[in-house]
Design a binder for this molecule. Structure first.
Ligand code: ADP
Ligand code: MG
Length: 238
């Protein structure tokens, strides 16, 4: 579970082609980072995978089944939004329960999942608090918890740490990598931060004006960048 294949996927807004046709293979359990400068199409590509935008052309398959026209809910993927997307008037427990309630899940099963997620995320003692009574890192963990309880086949993160301070960002990076090890679920992580890409990824996808410049492990990109753009962006001396 958690393999995703993009075939000749493109996206235009009006006359402007933001993503020219591209192919990409994401393997089960991989931690994949989309990296590139602001405006290069990272969020658009993630939203195409999530089903939040329609493709202009091409096809997407998830776990071997065609998902090109599947609704976001049917794709079995969970988008993790920045922590400010929490409901301020609801407790942590209710925030995490919200997607399960919307899906009509039996409450006993929902509670089991919430308690398990809280344990993994060190939130057990905070389930009755409201988001305003939590630290920035704890709020980010609640946002992740809301994704975990849905047991998705892949997690999609769009710059989840960009509104946290530098020290907390480093901590949350490690926490997300630990979570990836614990859950062994595919994660796609969008960032414009080269350090995040180099320290977190199994596989980095370098984007530039909607094109994929290179796909490879951090070491491959560092040792054998295909061009000056990749070398410059990754900080390789080559
Ligand atoms: P990134 O996430 O890498 O910063 P985006 O995917 O947000 O980049 O944007 C890529 C390009 O697509 C930008 O030029 C942006 O202005 C354009 N774009 C994104 N969403 C829309 C939209 N809904 N309508 C028109 N243009 C858009
Ligand atoms: Mg973006």
């Amino acid at each position: 579970m958690g393999s995703i294949t993009l075939s000749k996927v493109s996206k235009s807004f009006g006359d402007v082609e933001v993503i020219p046709p591209l192919d990409l293979e994401i393997n089960d359990g991989e931690f994949v980072v989309f990296v590139g400068p602001s405006g290069c199409g990272k969020s658009t590509l993630l939203r195409l995978i999530a089903g939040l935008e329609d493709l202009t052309s091409g096809a997407i398959s998830i776990d071997g089944a065609d998902a090109t026209n599947a609704s976001p809910a049917k794709r079995g993927l969970a988008m993790v939004f920045q922590s400010y997307a929490l409901y301020p008037h609801m407790s942590v427990r209710k925030n995490i329960n919200f997607p399960l309630k919307m899906a009509g899940m039996d409450q006993a099963e929902a509670d089991k999942r919430i308690n398990a997620a809280a344990k993994v995320l060190n939130l057990t003692d905070y389930l009755d608090r409201r988001p305003g009574q939590l630290s920035g890192g704890q709020r980010q963990r609640v946002a992740i918890g809301r994704a975990i309880v849905r047991e998705p086949s892949a997690f999609l993160f769009d710059e989840p740490l960009s509104n946290l301070d530098a020290a907390l960002r480093v901590n949350m990076r490690l926490e997300i990598c630990d979570l990836h090890k614990t859950l062994a679920t595919t994660m796609i992580y969008v960032t414009h931060d080269q350090v995040e890409a180099m320290t977190m990824a199994d596989k980095i996808v370098v984007l530039h004006d909607g094109y994929i410049e290179q796909v490879g492990s951090p070491l491959e990109l560092y040792e054998s960048p295909v061009n000056k753009f990749v070398a410059g962006f990754i900080g390789s001396p080559k």
